[in-house]
Write a protein that binds this ligand. Structure first.
Ligand SMILES: Nc1nc2c(c(=O)[nH]1)N[C@H]1C(S)=C(S)[C@@H](COP(=O)(O)O)O[C@H]1N2
Ligand SMILES: [Mo]
Length: 314
């Protein structure tokens, strides 16, 4: 495993490896390693790989843009718990076991407790939604996610009037997540949403993509998807949700407060201090395209920020 030790604030400065180079390098490595590695690869097929969710209904808000090929969505990832390279998560998460899985739900709610995955995610609630994902590093994808609206999950916990924010936490277990042996971030990875953002009908708790059970590298067994915010808000492999009164800390704003804020709404007019956010490269495209305000979801979410200065609340 190759993990560069870098100051967290330095990491996103590297421009994306052009996809063509990346893919051909990966194919080359794949061919070279295939003979020697075939037997262990077969033995190591992760439990649950390629299992499909049944009877998923099409949910609202889907884009009709062409989805990014599944091969790219599952091999070009950011998941620092499994390494900081885009190709690290697929390799280093192969043995990650996500069964059993439970989520601690705490704070300003009437129904706190430790919920098993199977209790939190009822198959009849599952929807497919094709959403854009836009990373702060200026690449983007279109993904058919499978999940349930976060609002439906939260209602069961009966939040009190003191619940103003939800804080999310990723599993912290360096034995299972080898990237956590390196101090690239202050583990565990944490994220947060304002309550109205969490309850917005666009916000999805994701358990799959392309109809299949979520691959480990994409945040198995459950991860957030907040399509109008930069990708880092969509925290993976969630083990805790805490309902709180005050704005909770978030990993990237703690590690580089001048570069990343709590809101992290996709905004072509508010630049990262070291690069413009006006354009982006859709994985698979050669040319860049204009980035859309709120990643194109303004009709649904602009009202959440009425009257706020988005240059200050970045
Ligand atoms: N726990 C955790 N969640 C995470 C990350 C991470 O490193 N750790 N990376 C984030 C970033 S920067 C992005 S762009 C998206 C990438 O999601 P994908 O790999 O499914 O495309 O996951 C986000 N969620
Ligand atoms: Mo990202």
């Amino acid at each position: 495993m190759h993990i560069r030790i870098t100051k967290a604030s330095d990491i996103p400065s590297s421009e994306i490896t052009p996809k063509a180079h990346y893919m051909s390098r990966r194919r080359f490595l794949g061919t070279a390693a295939a003979g020697a590695a075939l037997a262990p690869l077969l033995a190591a097929a992760p439990a649950g790989a390629n299992l499909r969710w049944e009877n998923i209904v099409k949910g609202p808000f889907s884009t009709d843009e062409e989805p990014t090929p599944a091969e790219d969505v599952t091999s070009y990832n950011n998941f620092y718990e499994f390494g900081t390279g885009k190709g690290d998560p697929i390799r280093n998460s192969r043995f990650f076991r996500t069964k059993p899985w439970s989520v601690a739900v705490e704070g300003e709610i009437e129904k706190p407790g430790t919920y098993q995955f199977e209790d939190l995610v009822k198959p009849h609630q599952l929807e497919e939604r094709v959403y854009r994902l836009r990373c702060v590093e200026r690449w983007s994808m279109v993904v058919p996610w499978v999940g349930i609206p976060l609002a439906a999950m939260i209602k069961r916990f009966e939040p009190t009037s003191k619940a103003k924010y939800v804080a999310f936490e990723t599993l912290h277990d360096p034995k299972r997540m080898p990237g956590q042996s390196y101090p690239v971030l202050d583990w565990p990875y944490v994220e947060g949403l304002r309550m109205d953002e969490a309850m917005n009908p666009l916000t999805l708790m994701v358990v799959g993509l392309y109809g299949e059970v979520l691959p480990n590298q994409n945040g198995a067994p459950l991860r957030l998807m907040v399509p109008w915010k930069y990708g880092f808000k969509s925290i993976k492999s969630i083990v805790a949700m805490r309902f709180v009164e005050k704005m909770p800390p978030t990993s990237w704003s703690e590690s580089a407060p001048g570069e990343y804020g709590f809101y992290a709404n996709v905004n072509p007019d508010v630049h990262h201090p070291r690069w413009s956010q006006a354009r982006e490269r859709r994985i698979g495209d050669f040319l860049k395209r204009d980035t859309l305000m709120f990643n194109g979801y303004g009709e649904e979410v602009a009202g959440l920020y009425a009257g706020m200065d988005l240059a200050k609340n970045y």
